[in-house]
Design a protein around this ligand. Sequence first.
Ligand SMILES: [Zn+2]
Length: 309
Amino acid sequence: MQTAYIGHPDCLKHDMGMGHPECPQRLTAIENELQATGLLAQLQCYEAPLATTDQLARVHALGYIESIRQAAPTAGLIALDADTAMNPFTLSAALRAAGAVVLAAELVLMGTVNNAFCATRPPGHHAESDRAMGFCLFNNVAVGVAHAIRQHQLQRVAILDFDVHHGNGSEEIFHDNPHVMLCSTFQHPFYPYSGANSGNDRIINVPLRRDADGAVFRQVVNEHWLPELDRFKPEMIFVSAGFDAHRDDDMSQVHFSDDDYVWITQQIRAIAEQYSQDRIVSVLEGGYELRSLARCVAAHVRVLHAQEI
Ligand SMILES: [Zn+2]
């Protein structure tokens, strides 16, 4: 498989202050691991472009996009919500994190690569059409999905979200869109306290109790995600790839292992092979314990890149 790896140095300069878990070192840890394991040399590396206002406006209100541009400080930090802030580099990082997914979608849909991983931050799945929250400014995956639908006329796109938090932004944006299926698992009740009762026949939300482990995760994917994906037959798959359900990550009380991330990536590859011409765009969301984050991203990318599933 040809796999694109998309990032940008600006994503390392977005910094929400000392001790914030969504820190630049997340990307450094990932890149060091990919380098050390020899995987990085096998990937097609691209710099993320800035998303355009037109691309963002497919999923975000124009007034909201303008308010984020206006809020960008020239020095220091400004708070957008209790745990989301902007420094002078945040606007550029956020535009590149969204632009990365647009580029990834283009590369995959043009057949330049089979699949892609966006190693970018800030993450996106909590960002709603007109609201920044939960470390997220723009909904990067949603911007890429909307690009694939509008620019390439795809009729059925799936978002698979295994971050430990409910992707409230992705759900708000696509809740009533017949072209998008969103399958997610998340700890519940837990931040952002949504998703347990808001699904429909294309929004497949599976709450996990605290202390759920990988066996529970595999069972709910087999019972809830896979039959719905068989029914929907996505032409392309986007992944909100969060690694904060790992047992070493104290952001949550769910206990996935490294092997669970290998397993879910194999399932995604199999669905993509069956229905989606192998087209997968995976995008970093959460994951805050640096060692398990780096290992599991490498394992995820290794499966994306592997010749055999
Ligand atoms: Zn998360």
